[in-house]
Design a protein around this ligand. Structure first.
Ligand code: COA
Length: 260
């Protein structure tokens, strides 16, 4: 697939996906969502890619929301479909991806943009980042998982206030809320994320994929997080990574994970 709205830099073991519509503050239109979905699926299959960083191009925005121009005249049915499809092909896909996804929030992350950042496994922000869910100011609500992931990340009361006021918080408030894990100067953002990615890449990618599954299971209504953890923990014992990790520890050497 040829991408027109995103850039994919597959420098192993980390791939960086950059949403590249800076003139529209990287707003998520239908094509961008489809391209992102395709890119994540393709990178998930690439054995040598261990971590994915997601960011926006330019100095102003990560993503300033879903593309308002595209859905302004939608009907009830079309609105429902928009949310259902987007959640399935992109937001849920990222959250449940077997490889870690770091959101590098380099500016505005609003509406669908914050929802996209929240679908990532964790987030790092630059100092200029501003985050919010302004949907109710447009007469709509967050539709890409924002009403669920924001309370999970920052607590129900804070999420309610942020959604109801349609307000924006700056990076330091986002840090104090636990919405982002770190704040760094914008020019250091990608290097900083890359350093975290390198640390992650030294570990067992198979074990990490099981950990993602177990953590996510606790936030789903139809699954039991503890039971999922027990199952995933047991599965680890059947992997080559587990044999290598434990053998390397006992032999007092660095593990070299085969990734199986
Ligand atoms: N959808 C479509 N286009 C968007 C957009 C969005 N969510 N966010 C920004 N853009 C476009 C603007 O229409 C403008 O395009 P134009 O130059 O062709 O007119 C361009 O991006 C630059 O945005 P602009 O508003 O001029 O920048 P600003 O610095 O004055 O304001 C924001 C920045 C983020 C405060 C403002 O763009 C904004 O409020 N965007 C919408 C945020 C939102 O409500 N998102 C939730 C959607 S559900």
């Amino acid at each position: 697939m040829n991408y027109n709205n995103i850039l994919v830099d597959g420098k192993k073991p980390t791939a960086t996906i950059t949403i590249n519509r800076p003139n529209k503050l990287n707003a998520l239109n239908k094509d961008t969502i489809a391209e992102l979905s395709h890119a994540f699926k393709a990178l998930e299959k690439e054995q040598e890619i261990k971590v994915i960083i997601l960011t926006g191009s330019g100095e102003k925005a990560f993503v300033a929301g879903a593309d308002i121009a595209e859905f302004a005249d939608f009907s009830v049915k079309e609105g429902g479909k928009l949310a259902a499809k987007g959640q399935k092909i992109l937001f849920d896909l990222i959250e449940n991806l077997s490889k870690p996804v770091i959101g590098a929030v380099n500016g505005f992350a609003l509406g669908g943009g914050l929802e996209l950042a929240m679908a990532c496994h964790f987030r790092v922000a630059s100092h200029n980042a501003r985050m919010g869910l302004p949907e109710v100011s447009l007469g709509v609500i967050p539709g890409y998982g924002g009403t669920q992931r924001l309370p999970q990340l920052i607590g129900k009361g804070r999420a309610m206030e942020l959604i109801m006021t349609a307000g924006m918080i700056d990076a330091s408030r986002a840090l104090s809320y636990g919405l982002v894990n770190h704040i760094v100067p914008q020019e250091e953002l990608l290097d900083f994320c890359q350093k975290i990615a390198n640390k992650i890449a030294n570990n067992s990618s198979v074990a990490i994929s099981y950990a993602i599954k177990a953590v996510n299971a606790g936030f789903k209504n139809d699954s039991n997080g503890y039971a999922s953890e027990i199952d995933a923990f047991g599965q680890c014992f059947g992997t080559a990574d587990f044999k290598e990790g434990t053998t390397a520890f006992l032999e007092k050497r660095q593990a070299n994970f085969p990734g199986k």
